[in-house]
Write a protein that binds this ligand. Structure first.
Ligand code: UGA
Length: 443
């Protein structure tokens, strides 16, 4: 099948590569000429396990092409996927200018029936606006060409995006035309084999399903973080509580890990946008507001703990910080707790020696070179002569380091563990003063 994907960012690239890998003929369109040139050379500008190989293999086979020419893209695909960014506006609502501009481009150039598929996470009602934008451009050209609009939100996790795409838990298709539903089913057939995971529904419900899923997951995390703060004060251990709670299948073990807050390009933005939508429609979503504010507060907890430990004054101190990315297996630092913690340490007059397995370039891009940030080559350089170690992301490589080497390199053997990576008893036995999250027993 012929597929066009607008937007060669994270979602667009994964979608394009996976459709091409299943044998489809895919054209990816992006307005960023530099990015398109990079991709044409087989270089993938984002870090995602397995994506490099998939892109270059399918590019070499001629099934995956990249262009800056939108007209070429519109002429190519029966399916026109819109996978461009929807950054948050100042008031938290999603900025739709890129989505609507692609819709207008499709209306400008289409010469035959097209299925316009929304992949970007967009507020309820956006598909109607996309439909109107395409129709308006067609009308301006005096053309009466048929097209359909579909909402097909993506549920990819960074670091596991390819796996999520090729073995999805669900494929949501929002459409008002059963025939289009069948076309989508045929396109997704290679990823929908063992049993039917494709759920067809009306367009608005599909748009809302995406926000509802992310908001539910964010709620689980904020709930656990709230509980973690209480456990700490009550002298209980949230990690034991997590195991006790998770054993109830109605609750489940997934996504109930407390920590130093959720980050990334999705949860913070989507919870805010859904809250905003509620307000726009005359409803105050109090639970969502709390999910957001608990998360904001949680990102401050580690910095406050560090300040307290050092008697309120961090001036002139240096901290080793492990884990800059918002979670393991990505170089993405958007809304990462590490940033809030690092900025709070700087604000208090301290310096940071940071290490992350993938996000070092990203940290340099965001913060540039500054005296109070040293980007280190490995985890041990980061702890050298630092006053304490702060762990912000649970990368696998942080789990079993040479603790004796770390203890000897640090000025004080103190570890602030924002992800409960280490067992408190073991850390204490190794001679560390250890602070976890919500581990009242150990404090
Ligand atoms: C999230 C969703 O998990 C995907 O299903 C969705 O498709 C995606 O957003 C999206 O909307 O595009 P992602 O942002 O890649 O995926 O990351 P997650 O693995 O969900 O982690 C989000 C944050 O929650 C991380 O900061 C992580 O550390 C934190 N987290 C996660 C916790 O603090 N506790 C947990 O138990 C789980």
């Amino acid at each position: 099948m012929k597929v066009t994907i607008f937007g060669s960012g994270y979602v667009g690239l994964v979608t394009g590569a996976c459709f091409a890998d299943a044998g489809n003929d895919v054209v990816c369109v992006d307005i960023n000429a530099e990015r398109v040139e990079q991709l044409q050379r087989g270089e993938v500008p984002i870090y995602e396990p397995g994506l490099d190989d998939m892109v270059s293999f399918n590019h070499d086979e001629g099934r995956l092409r990249f262009t800056t020419d939108p007209a070429e893209g519109v002429r190519h695909g029966l399916f026109q996927f819109i996978a461009v960014g929807t950054p948050a506006d100042e008031d938290g609502s999603a900025d739709l200018q890129h989505v609507l501009s692609v819709a207008r481009t499709i209306g400008d150039h289409m010469d035959d029936y097209r299925v316009v598929v929304g992949k970007s996470t967009v507020p309820v009602g956006t598909a109607d606006r996309v439909r109107a934008a395409v129709a308006e451009q067609l009308a301006a050209r005096g053309e009466r060409i048929e097209f359909d609009v579909v909402s097909n939100p993506e549920f990819l996790k960074e670091g596991a995006a390819i796996e999520d795409f090729v073995k999805p838990e669900r494929i949501i298709v929002g459409t008002d035309n059963p025939r289009t539903g069948e076309l989508m089913k045929a396109l997704y057939a290679p990823f929908n084999r063992s049993h039917d995971r494709l759920i067809t529904m009306d367009i608005r419900s599909a748009e809302l399903t995406k926000y509802a899923s992310n908001a539910m997951l964010a709620t689980k995390i904020s709930f656990m973080n709230e509980l973690s703060n209480m456990a700490e004060r009550l002298g209980a251990d949230v990690e034991q509580i997590r195991l006790g709670m998770g054993s109830d299948p109605r609750i489940g073990y997934h996504f109930i890990y407390p920590g130093c807050g959720y980050g990334g390009s999705c949860f913070p933005k989507d919870v805010q946008a859904l809250t905003r939508t509620g307000h726009d429609y005359g409803y105050r979503p109090e639970l969502l507001e709390a999910v957001e504010s608990v998360n904001r507060r949680q990102k401050q907890v580690l910095a406050e703990r560090i300040r307290e430990h050092f008697g309120g004054d961090l001036g002139g101190r240096t901290f080793a910080l492990w884990g800059l990315a918002f979670k393991p297996n990505t170089d993405d630092m958007r809304e990462a707790p590490s940033r809030v913690i690092m900025e709070a340490l700087w604000e208090a007059g301290a310096a940071v020696q940071a290490y992350d397995p993938e996000a070092m370039d990203e940290a340099e891009r965001i913060y540039g070179r500054r005296d109070d940030l040293q980007l280190c080559d490995n985890l041990y350089d980061a702890v050298e002569d630092a006053d304490a170690l702060v762990v912000c992301t649970e990368w696998q490589v942080f789990r079993s380091p040479d603790f004796e080497r770390i203890r000897d390199a640090l000025r004080y053997p103190v570890v602030f563990d924002g992800r409960n990576v280490y067992p408190p008893a073991m850390m204490e036995a190794l001679g560390f003063t250890y602070y976890g999250m919500g581990r009242g027993e150990s404090i």
